[in-house]
Design a protein around this ligand. Structure first.
Ligand SMILES: *Cc1c(COP(=O)(O)O)cnc(C)c1O
Length: 327
């Protein structure tokens, strides 16, 4: 495990940077997902972070690691929304400028949320990859801002603090279920957890429409897929053409990658509202969807912890989900 690009020492190093901005989020019991005779099912509520998603962890770790001279020039990033929001939030707290490059597919509520954080929003093309290319280009100019990439090792180490919290809060954990897009969250969590407990199963979940990491792991190399509209819009986007961070970590440490349908995601969002009075966006609910659909079965050797990664659903969508008849 020492030859992987992120180690548990990296996670421990950035932890104080993360804790300046991010919360230690609660773990709650999900009785409705329990299976008789099996370990408990628990929800790790990273949807309760100040920016509504776990992305604050990685942004705080990365920006906190920039030296003062570069920090003053500000930061730039590309994002489906939640990473940009986290970067903008940390930048505003530190009093430095931030620019966020977005694809046209990002929902208007997420754009408005970014604008409320005083950052510059740059709609940079039809896809997530186009937005990333724009951000990387601006950052390369002399005196330019620092590019905060979702694939950066400090970002992944920051996400790993979620994994440290899980082993501290649920020491007997047997299985962790994590939403997957570019794989930064699950990489950080897997490094943190497997360093202490290599026997814990780490399972990734994506939507069955355009799941780039799932396709890439099966192909053995990064694969580009078309972006398709999904309730889990925060899981859209590729894993990059030359991914040498999250991709090797996922291949080495993740035990299984599963896919869930749009209907399963909608039911999971509804169940979070109905059973926990908890707002989750589609991406944040895919772990619940995987357990509720039986694609992940809780084992009897310990609890299953389901990471709920984000809350930033459009309110009109939340209202539509809530007003469905009980499913
Ligand atoms: C970004 C995001 C994910 C996926 O994280 P990756 O590190 O890209 O795999 C999951 N859920 C939410 C809410 C997100 O914003």
């Amino acid at each position: 495990m020492t030859d992987l690009p992120v180690t548990v020492d990296d996670i421990l190093r950035v932890r104080p940077l993360v804790e300046r901005f991010a919360s230690v989020t609660p773990v709650v019991r999900a009785g409705e997902l329990a299976v008789a005779g099996r370990g408990a099912v628990l929800l790790k509520l990273d949807s309760l972070q100040p920016t509504g998603s776990f992305k604050l962890r990685g942004a705080a770790a990365r920006i906190g690691s920039i030296d003062d001279r570069h920090l003053r020039r500000g930061v730039i990033t590309a994002s489906t929304g939640n990473h940009g929001r986290a970067v903008a939030y940390v930048a505003r707290e530190l009093g430095i400028p931030a620019t966020v490059c977005l694809s046209e597919n990002v929902p208007p509520g997420k754009v408005a949320a970014l604008e409320r954080l005083d950052c510059t929003v740059d709609i940079a093309g039809p896809s997530q990859d186009a937005a990333s290319e724009r951000a990387a280009k601006v950052a390369k100019a002399a005196g330019g801002p620092t590019f905060v990439s979702i694939f950066d090792v400090d970002v992944i180490a920051g996400h790993g603090t979620c994994g440290l919290e899980i082993v501290e809060q649920v020491p007997e954990v047997a299985t962790v279920v994590v939403p997957v897009s570019a794989g930064g969250l699950i990489s950080g969590i897997a490094v943190a957890i497997k360093a202490h407990r290599p026997d814990v199963r780490v399972i990734g979940v994506s939507m069955d429409r355009g799941a780039a990491m799932h396709a890439s792991v099966h192909a053995g190399h990064p694969v580009q897929l078309d972006e398709v509209e999904t309730l889990a819009d925060s899981l859209q986007g590729g894993i990059g053409r030359h991914n040498d961070t999250s991709f090797p970590i996922v291949r080495a440490l993740v035990d299984d990658l599963l896919l869930v349908t749009e209907d399963e995601i909608a039911r999971a969002m509804y169940s979070a509202l109905a059973d926990h009075r908890l707002v989750l966006e589609g991406a944040g609910a895919v772990g619940i969807a995987a357990v509720a659909s039986g694609k992940v079965t809780p084992t009897s050797d310990g609890p299953t912890v389901v990471v709920c990664s984000g809350a930033n659903a459009e309110l009109t969508r939340v209202a539509a989900i809530a007003s469905r008849r009980a499913m």
